[in-house]
Write a protein that binds this ligand. Structure first.
Ligand code: CP
Length: 304
């Protein structure tokens, strides 16, 4: 089984065995994160939308493996500002790079890019649709903290409607016999198409507004309320403070319980949680660069 040359646009572009292959290789990189295996390779990071972790962990991954990075994080500095299309941009960048990583605010943009690029594409987040590399690092983090991916009870809280991180992770965890507890304000419940997907896969889930439901969970994945994707800012104002995790809520949770969050955090996790041994979100961000080292070297066909 080889991921050589294979784009990652949606988490289901890869099989479950391929996800696990990426995770296994990330474990090897955790022991040895600096290796000169990408010498002569160039990776382009095209970020049409803001990012701290995803862009910098991809760039760190390439550089720690001996490759080079080109790209942009400010679309105003590119010829897109003059009206150049996304498809022309990726056609041209394909001539300069061996792999393109793209984040874009529009759903479907990474898929479109993959249809015009002559090198593999990794989707680093497209609108409210998918964030598959975040899901791989989330799976890595869950496996690392729980010792397994199978049969867990996973609570997801906050924005379950517009947050691509939550929506992508849920679709992956269905393959591991996960039971879900969805905790959100009524306006931010999971979309109907995802509810249908869960029912079709005979996945058990409950939906509640009450945070104390986490006592039955192995972990809580907190999701930022994505202001940038709200069609109505008044609606955002109404819900923005409706999900806040504080340290006192963690009392009574299971011994193996962990709190995850893709970050950035606004106010949905109180800072008094940070010093709790159950807080895992900063280690989770560290795992991101290991998983991205694994993914880049796999797609470029270079074994560790
Ligand atoms: N987790 C994540 O996607 O963070 P950034 O938006 O900072 O890349």
């Amino acid at each position: 089984m080889s991921l050589g040359g294979k784009s990652l646009i949606s988490i289901n572009d890869y099989s479950k065995d391929e996800w696990l292959q990426v995770l296994d290789l990330a474990k090897k990189f955790e022991k040895s994160p600096n290796q000169n295996i990408l010498t002569g390779k160039v990776v382009a990071c095209l970020f049409f939308e803001p990012s701290t972790r995803t862009r910098l962990s991809f760039e760190t991954a390439v550089q720690r493996l001996g490759g080079s990075v080109i790209g942009f994080s400010d679309v105003n500095s590119t010829s897109g500002k003059k009206g150049e299309s996304l498809k022309d941009t990726v056609r041209v960048v394909s001539k300069y790079a061996d792999l393109i990583i793209i984040r874009h605010p529009l759903e479907g943009s990474a898929r479109l890019a993959s249809e015009y690029a002559s090198v593999p594409i990794i989707n680093a987040g497209d609108g409210t649709n998918q964030h598959p590399t975040q899901t791989l690092l989330d799976l890595y983090s869950i496996q690392k903290t729980q010792g397994t991916l199978t049969g867990l009870t996973v609570a997801l809280g906050g924005d379950l409607r517009y947050n691509r991180t939550a929506l992508t992770l849920i679709r992956a965890l269905v393959s591991f016999k996960t039971q879900f507890i969805f905790i959100s304000p009524a306006q931010l419940k999971i979309p109907d198409n995802l509810r249908y997907f869960l029912q079709k896969n005979k996945t058990l889930f409950e939906e509640t507004t009450k945070l104390d439901a986490i006592v039955n969970a192995d972990l809580l994945y907190v999701n930022r309320i994505k202001k940038e994707y709200f069609p109505d800012l008044l609606e955002y104002e109404r819900v923005k403070d409706k999900f806040i995790l504080t340290a006192s809520v963690l009392e009574g949770t299971k011994p193996n319980f962990k709190v995850l969050h893709a970050l950035p955090r606004i106010n949905e996790i109180s800072e008094d949680v940070d010093s709790n041994s159950q807080a895992y979100y900063f280690e989770q961000a560290y795992n991101g660069f290991l998983v991205r080292e694994s993914l880049i070297s796999s797609i470029l066909g270079i074994a560790s």
